[in-house]
Design a protein around this ligand. Sequence first.
Ligand code: NI
Length: 129
Amino acid sequence: MSAQPIDIDTAYATFDAIWSPRILANVNDYDVRIAKVKGEHVWHVHEDTDEFFLVLDGELAIGLREDGGERVVTLPRGSVFVVPRGVFHKPSSDGGARILLFEPSGTLSVGDRHEEVPAYVDVTVGHRV
Ligand code: NI
């Protein structure tokens, strides 16, 4: 962890991979992660933790399976959303987006249970910037 301020645009410039979150900072036992996303992620669930999303650029959609049905929330730039623990969700972005995530360190990008992971989705607990 850096003791210096981190410029978020500079951090974004250090990687190109989509759906491959980078750990920008730690807050107590949580990671602040950033990711570039485009296309569809994978349906997955975090059984024991909520997951915080902030859209920094572009637009993110998150499919949610809850109450026996499915819905999609749309997050334009500047939007915040929290996926509750135990809820299957699938983020996606047709045009591409930059997002910031806040979740406990060690949280796997594809959750505790998930559908088949496509090759372009990184299965990770986050990479250091
Ligand atoms: Ni998730």
